[in-house]
Design a protein around this ligand. Structure first.
Ligand code: ADP
Ligand code: MG
Length: 306
């Protein structure tokens, strides 16, 4: 099957409505798009390499879902409404069963999120998927990392530690656990980002570990600190079953969580499904509050020894 037949079969969807603002989708030299009047465009790009960003043996449908999910996570963390995406797939060979699965996982999520594929590229080589996604936000309303202030509550949507535990399960051949399913198909509340617009202080999607991504908020907001209450971190049943010495490193530094970490400036209730996990303080370092009440500074690596 040549490149054009492959694009036609798996990535063009003539039976689907084209998507908001799509004047011309896949098939010409480039796409034509009409931005929502007066909005700011929000753009992000993530590349996922097989064997590096996802397991080599991840089923194709999961690869399709996951590669789009990591981009949507960034759009939502900015408070953006998803609009369009471009897809670049590099494949060792034109494996039709793999492509069919990939397209199915990809479009399942795309349709749920209301984002339209408007073009892309297909090349031969080691398995790699790049997606560039575009969303829109009302001018001035995007959720930035720099919006945290001392005294704000720290809150999270999603379960930190799930991605790291999922990877451990996957590598041990345990593919059906809640955490392994999250690694394969990162799930996050699709409407949370929009619910935070105009209300949250700062926001970031947690993809590189909670402490590191919290650090990005604190730095971008002018060198603040935070107190993190370990007992309040949301868990799934598998994380809950681990002892603390095993669980904390996963919760604090595991990757691939795709949680939404944000600060909350006032006493209004948090959005449904999110948890209060601490507060923003004047000065660093980040303090970890243990269930027995003692606090310890979160030195990189240092807490591992507890
Ligand atoms: P060109 O050589 O002009 O770059 P391509 O052969 O790469 O053209 O692509 C032809 C058309 O197919 C373009 O409109 C492009 O956006 C679309 N396309 C290519 N790959 C994909 C893909 N993976 N998903 C969706 N559209 C694609
Ligand atoms: Mg091309």
């Amino acid at each position: 099957m040549d490149e054009f037949a492959l694009i036609e079969r798996y990535f063009r969807r003539p039976d689907q409505p084209p998507g908001d603002g799509v004047v011309l989708g896949p098939g010409d030299d480039a796409a034509l798009l009409l931005p929502p009047a007066g909005d700011e465009l929000v753009m992000t790009l993530d590349t996922s390499l097989g064997g590096h960003h996802f397991p080599d043996d991840l089923p194709a449908a999961d690869v399709g879902h996951r590669c789009l999910a990591v981009n949507l996570s960034d759009l939502y963390a900015m408070g953006a409404r998803p609009l369009w995406f471009l897809l670049s797939v590099t494949l060792p060979q034109a494996d039709e069963a793999w492509l069919a699965g990939f397209a199915q996982g990809l479009f399942d999520l795309a349709d749920r999120a209301g984002i339209a594929l408007v073009g892309g590229d297909v090349t031969r080589g080691p398995l790699s998927v790049s997606i560039q996604a575009t969303g829109a936000v009302t001018p001035g309303r995007a959720l930035r990392r720099s919006g945290a202030r001392a005294g704000q509550r720290l809150a999270i949507g999603g379960v930190p530690g799930q991605g790291g535990l999922g990877l451990r399960h996957w590598q041990a051949g345990e593919r059906a656990s809640v955490s392994a399913r999250h690694l394969a198909r990162p799930a996050f509340p699709l409407d949370l980002g929009a619910a935070l617009v105009g209300r949250a202080g700062a926001a970031i999607d947690v993809s590189d570990g909670l402490l590191q991504d919290l650090g990005h908020i604190l730095k971008a907001s002018g060198g603040l600190g935070a107190e993190l209450d370990l007992a309040t971190l949301p868990v799934n049943e598998e994380l809950a079953a681990l002892d603390e010495a095993d669980r904390y490193p996963l919760q604090l530094t595991g990757g691939d969580d795709y949680c939404l970490l944000f600060t909350w400036p006032d006493a209004r209730p948090l959005p449904p499904g999110t948890s209060d996990i601490g507060m923003i303080t004047e000065k660093g370092p980040i303090l970890l509050r243990y269930p027995d009440g003692r606090t310890e500074p979160a030195r990189p690596g240092g807490w591992r020894h507890f």
